[in-house]
Design a protein around this ligand. Sequence first.
Ligand SMILES: [Mn+2]
Length: 409
Amino acid sequence: MSDLDKAIAQLRSCRPIPEDQVRELCHRARELLIEEGNVVTVTAPVTICGDIHGQFHDLMELFRVGGDVPDTNYLFMGDFVDRGFYSLESFLLLLCLKVRYPDRMTLIRGNHESRQITTVYGFYDECLRKYGSANVWRYCCDVFDYLALGAIVLGASSTLSPGSPDDDDTEIEVCDQAGSIISRFPRQPRPSSPQDKLDAPSKGTPDKTGPPGSGASGSSSGSVGNPTGAILCVHGGLSPLVDTVDKIRLIDRKQEVPHEGAMCDLLWSDPDEIDGWGLSPRGAGFLFGADIVKVFNHRNDLSLIARAHQLVMEGFKEMFDASIVTVWSAPNYCYRCGNVAAVLELTEDDSGTGIFQRTNGDVGRSSGGVVEPRGGPKYGPARRYRVFQAAPQDSRGMPAKKPVADYFL
Ligand SMILES: [Mn+2]
């Protein structure tokens, strides 16, 4: 068994690894991450996860529900640390898995992967408590600076698999943690091309669709954007300074998260029911409306934006005609919010006809190489959400030490 596998085994049992091993691990992780672009390309199948926030036992539950590494290809959209009692074990385990299986684990940066935020929200204190010095916190923060800012998922299928042939028209499937299907949503009729929809006058009221309570239950007749396009994953959202994915690629990311600017916005912004851009109550990033998402997706050949960053009680929430989804993976957030969590599974397009693989932006949009499958075109990635609850209390044990009471901070 290699040292790395030993470290993985130790962290899986929720025991921290020695300081010198953390230093070595962080060094190796940095060497890997430095080679990644700001926007990592990932090929489906992939399971997309939202915030973890140091809820180690729930991360174990996520792996139980979503499959283990390296069997399942994972993409985590940041906020690994802070709030929960086990930021250290959670982040180091994910980092070990990244180093051990670099092609099966993608980690992108959240707004909590920051020196300033972690000193306020728990990770710094946790490191100090568990090691007696800030060294490990410092090693981890140096890794944070190298995490990618986003990912592009290519090759996602517009049909769900595995599934029976009768389920051919299921676009969204929601499963519980035992794998049983809770609900299924059929694919709605789509406009013949996104451009038609953008240009055409509105033709009456579209059908309601989307999971109840998921936010997709408004008017929806298919997302606007490139229907066979890629999926952009980012922790927070869009930025008024970024109108193309290529502009994200040009950011100098290897630094602490700045207080403003494009990099800050990508990690801090939230979608909202507004027109255009708005000020964020968070004091960093912006709010952005449906019009912003639809224009961005169309311009960048995207079918969907997947992001995290906001607690949603149902674990996931689709907005703006399913052009953007929030995925939240910390059940019973802060051990008291009572929410369920979710991961988003995108299956592989093996038909050879659905999604045309390419470097995003390199090839002409819409029709370039896309052949319509039999039975007409199916637009957009089919999505399977696996919803799960917090790990049972008896699997948790007690925190290593009593958390410091709020009034001391
Ligand atoms: Mn966040």
